[in-house]
Design a binder for this molecule. Structure first.
Ligand code: DQA
Length: 153
């Protein structure tokens, strides 16, 4: 059984109370439950994490690279929050670890402030999803399953 690692960056622990007009009313625990449901039919185990610390996210991406190389990880779904727009360290970590990453955002970042239009993650991501609300998370799990199926053909 392969694992899907879902990493959430800064302030995503505040989901449910943080700007609900932008991010909706679901909490991060609700999102985790949605992802758990989405993983089951694909036979994926779920590893769901959140950190407000850039270096911790970097460490987790390195760990993911090792797990993917060992064949135990399907890939990473990464909502890097505001680090998306600032973090060369996360860009380098994904590139260096050689891990499959789907970049995900709850909101449509391109319909928001100009500073959200640039992503350091996108050039090193396998795919980018945004604007689907928290429903994007289970869709990203399905996308990883599709990529896995393609890889094993
Ligand atoms: C976000 C969008 C980012 O611009 C923002 O800083 C976040 C959340 C999203 O999920 O829509 O923290 O990644």
């Amino acid at each position: 059984m392969k694992t899907v690692l879902i990493l959430n960056g800064p302030n995503l622990n505040l989901l449910g109370t943080r700007e609900p007009q932008v991010y909706g009313a679901h909490t991060l625990a609700d999102v985790q439950a949605l992802c758990q449901q989405a993983c089951a039919p694909h036979g994926f185990a779920l590893d769901f994490r959140q950190s407000n610390h850039e270096g911790e996210l970097v460490d987790w991406i390195h760990e993911a690279g090792r797990a993917q190389a060992a064949g135990t990880l399907a890939g990473v779904i990464l909502n890097a929050g505001a680090y998306t727009h600032t973090s060369i360290a996360l860009h380098d970590a994904i590139k260096g670890a050689g891990v499959t990453v789907i970049e995900l955002h709850i909101s449509n970042v391109f319909a928001r402030e100009a500073f959200r239009h640039h992503s350091y993650i996108s050039p090193v991501a396998r795919a980018v999803m945004c604007g689907l609300g928290v429903a994007g998370y289970p869709l990203a799990v399905a996308a990883l399953a599709q990529l896995q199926a393609g890889a094993s053909q």
